[in-house]
Design a binder for this molecule. Structure first.
Ligand code: SAJ
Length: 420
């Protein structure tokens, strides 16, 4: 059966690019979001998130009439759910948004429809969603009861795109397709092939759910290894950057880079879903989270030590010294400050330091609300001229041009290895 109309529930960092990708292939797409401002923005042909090239695709899709946003689900042939799955107290996954999304589409579902869950989810979430749908629509047969004879097909197909490269990776990356039955998988493959250049790799829904969590946990564990090495190397008087570069010359070693911690909405969250479901077995995964979450505090201690050295050498009072933090975003070359370890370090420094804390973030124009009074947003040049202690937190492109020779007489804390 053809997909004439496709509905995407949740128009955030994943949902909107996905909706735009279908619309750019001349499919009629109905985007649904509870955020009325986002809906109005999209219907004007604008976007409410920052992602390279997304603006042009959305504008064209809206102007040509292929993409429309609304706050209430309407009938469609396929529904993709891309809503947030945060964790609640005790790092337990919170499926409230998925439940609300499933219940909102249930009234408009019809025989032959396909429902796909894309949100990062704990194992079993797709089966749980299918149950919520079945409870709301006893007149329709669902795969958990009717198998291949179901009226509605259901699959879990995780998104795997890298923020900053979404419009490319959405099309090029292979896609894991976890249907509740073979027919569900087949239908999901047919849907993604509308825009996908990568391969559709078929499995069941539980394996697909675990696959997404595994990918992000793998990265978290690898970064935790690098972050742990950075602590050991600091103690041993070894450059961790040189060490990792040397070790990575081995054909089977590929260590990632240490930093101020791990941020973003995925890698710092998803491993907890595994820990929540398998607390006894997931010892390494939990420890990796703890190692990465503790890194900002270790960086603060390094800054305190450098300030103490600077005080002894300069004969000034703490309130007369300026600390500059280079970078606030959660990773290089983006403007996203949410869940950012750099932001956490900067905030802790500004809360603790009696003098001025300068913040350099070339990708923003004003500081987020709630920053302590003694913190100011300054340019890279101002900070390089005025600050006594310089703290490198994010390896933005702009910072790579800073002349290291000119910093020889300053007090440096370099979490990214740019000032070696
Ligand atoms: N980081 C390091 N050292 C590194 C690499 C990253 O400290 O060597 C830090 C970054 O600075 C950042 C955090 O890790 O704070 C996460 O950044 P990232 O670039 O590793 O990942 P995200 O969160 O932008 O996107 C990840 C990707 N997952 C993997 O690469 C396995 C992406 O493909 C997923 O689609 C995305 O999570 C998601 O939505 O789950």
């Amino acid at each position: 059966m053809m997909f004439n109309t496709i509905s995407v529930i949740g128009l955030g960092y994943i949902g909107l690019p996905t909706a735009a990708a279908f619309a750019s292939r001349q499919k009629k797409v109905i985007g649904v979001d509870i955020n009325t401002r986002a809906v109005e923005t999209i219907n004007r042909g604008d976007i409410h998130i920052v992602e390279p090239d997304l603006d042009v695709v959305v504008k064209t899709a809206v102007e040509q009439g292929y993409l429309r946003a609304t706050t209430r689900p309407e009938p469609a042939d396929a529904f993709l759910i891309a809503v947030p799955t945060p964790f609640k107290d005790g790092h337990q996954p919170d499926l409230a948004w998925v439940k609300a999304a499933a219940e909102s589409i249930a009234p408009v579902l019809k025989k032959g429809d396909l429902v796909i869950l894309e949100s990062t989810s704990p194992v079993g979430a797709t089966e749980q969603m299918a149950e919520w749908l079945a409870m709301a629509r006893s007149d329709l047969a669902f795969p958990q009861h009717a198998g291949e004879k179901a009226d509605v097909q259901i699959a879990y197909c995780p998104e795997r795109v890298l923020p900053g490269q979404v419009m490319v990776e959405l099309i090029k990356n292979d896609r894991v397709i976890g249907g509740m039955t073979s027919l569900c998988s087949q239908r999901a493959c047919d849907l993604y092939k509308i825009f996908l250049e990568g391969e559709c790799v078929v499995t069941n829904s539980r394996t697909a759910e675990m696959c997404k969590l595994t990918e992000n946990s793998f990265r978290d564990v690898n970064i935790a290894f690098a972050n742990e090495l950075s602590l050991i190397c600091a103690d041993q008087g070894i450059s961790v950057w040189e060490l990792i570069a040397l070790a990575n010359r081995h054909p089977r070693v590929n260590i990632l880079q240490p930093g101020p911690g791990v941020g973003g909405h995925c890698i710092a969250v998803d491993p907890w879903f595994i820990v929540a479901q398998n607390p006894v077995q997931a010892r390494l995964i939990r420890t990796a989270r703890e190692v990465n979450d503790s890194k900002p505090h270790w960086v603060l201690e390094q800054v305190k030590k450098k300030l103490a050295e600077c005080l002894v050498a300069s004969d000034k009072r703490p309130s007369e010294l300026t600390i500059a933090c280079f970078g606030l975003a959660f990773k290089p070359n983006i403007d996203d400050l949410r869940e950012s370890p750099a932001m956490e370090v900067a905030q802790m420094i500004a809360d603790w330091h009696q003098g001025v804390t300068q913040l350099v973030e070339p990708n923003i124009h004003e500081l987020p609300k709630g920053m302590p009074e003694r913190s100011v947003l300054v340019t890279q040049e101002e900070a390089l001229r005025q600050a006594d202690v310089l703290v490198m937190l994010v390896d933005h492109q702009q910072f790579k041009t800073i002349d290291v020779e000119g910093l020889r007489s300053r007090w440096l804390v370099d979490t990214k290895g740019l000032w070696r």
